[in-house]
Design a protein around this ligand. Structure first.
Ligand code: ADP
Ligand code: MG
Length: 257
């Protein structure tokens, strides 16, 4: 029997420019349900831009983005193109929760308030239910005792785990991670890596931009190497890391080893 479930996220031939600078030159990538897709590549290759276009934080000029088989509706063409359906944008954005390199927690809110904020204000869910879920998620990421603390009172690793709990609180269909461990000291990276591995084992759908090749090798079903806005090589982690074909990928891997 063939699986006809559409990918959670399906990006086809995406082009994105900032003025004259073409950052994405026709990139196709998809995240099937339950899969972890990692995106690797040099700084400036377009990884963050791709994630931001995927959850419609940025406009793109050409190509399609499908969420669970449903194409994003656009108004206009080329440089004037924008998503046309505000409700669709909100639905897609809340279902593709993003975790950023710099955590981006709200400094004036406690950790618990940070995790509760979007489900209450964006999804309109009852506060009590959201609070129970938020506490359980903070337990899950190992900082259940930090509910009343403010972000500045936490280590970077704890803040990033709070940010992951906040993303999970939306009960998204997929998680998008943009270099979730890059801002952390090496010893704090591991506590975040551990959480990401648990999420992968639970079968969550994820798109993960990372500079941590070991993490990408451990959790990914599929690895995509981006070079100057184009996919240079892709495949299962064993192949991409074990038997890279392109010279650029070989160079990149030897530089990051
Ligand atoms: P990566 O995440 O792979 O390091 P980015 O997606 O952040 O790469 O950036 C890709 C290219 O797009 C870089 O050349 C960067 O300078 C450029 N860029 C990113 N964001 C902007 C922006 N808001 N305005 C103009 N150029 C941008
Ligand atoms: Mg980036």
């Amino acid at each position: 029997m063939t699986d006809t479930t559409p990918p959670v996220l399906d990006i086809r031939d995406l082009h994105k420019s900032y003025g004259d600078l073409e950052v994405l030159k026709g990139v196709s990538i998809s995240a099937p349900k339950g899969h972890v897709v990692s995106l690797i590549g040099s700084s400036g290759s377009g990884k963050s831009t791709l994630l931001r276009c995927a959850n419609l934080l940025e406009d793109s000029q050409q190509g399609e983005i499908l969420f669970e088989g449903e194409p994003v509706k656009w108004r206009g063409r080329g440089p004037g193109r924008h998503p046309s359906d505000r409700h669709q944008v909100i639905r897609i954005r809340t279902n593709l929760s993003m975790v950023f390199q710099q955590f981006n927690l709200w400094a004036h809110m406690t950790i618990l308030q940070n995790v509760m904020e979007a489900p209450v204000t964006v999804l309109g869910e009852p506060r009590q239910e959201v609070e129970a879920r938020a506490r359980a998620l903070l337990d899950k990421v190992g900082i259940g005792d930090k509910c009343g603390a403010y972000p500045a009172q936490l280590s970077g690793g704890q803040q990033q785990r709070a940010a992951i709990a906040r993303a999970l609180a939306m009960e998204p269909r997929a998680l998008l991670f943009d270099e979730p461990t890059s801002a952390l000291d090496p010893e704090l990276q591991q506590e975040v890596v551990k959480v990401i591995k648990v999420l992968a084992e639970e079968g969550r759908t994820m798109m993960l931009v990372t500079h941590d090749m070991r993490l990408a090798a451990d959790v990914s079903d599929h690895v995509v190497f981006l070079h100057q806005g184009l996919i240079e090589e892709q495949g299962p982690p064993g192949q991409v890391f074990g038997a890279p074909a392109s010279e650029r990928l070989k160079q990149f891997l030897s530089a990051t080893a």
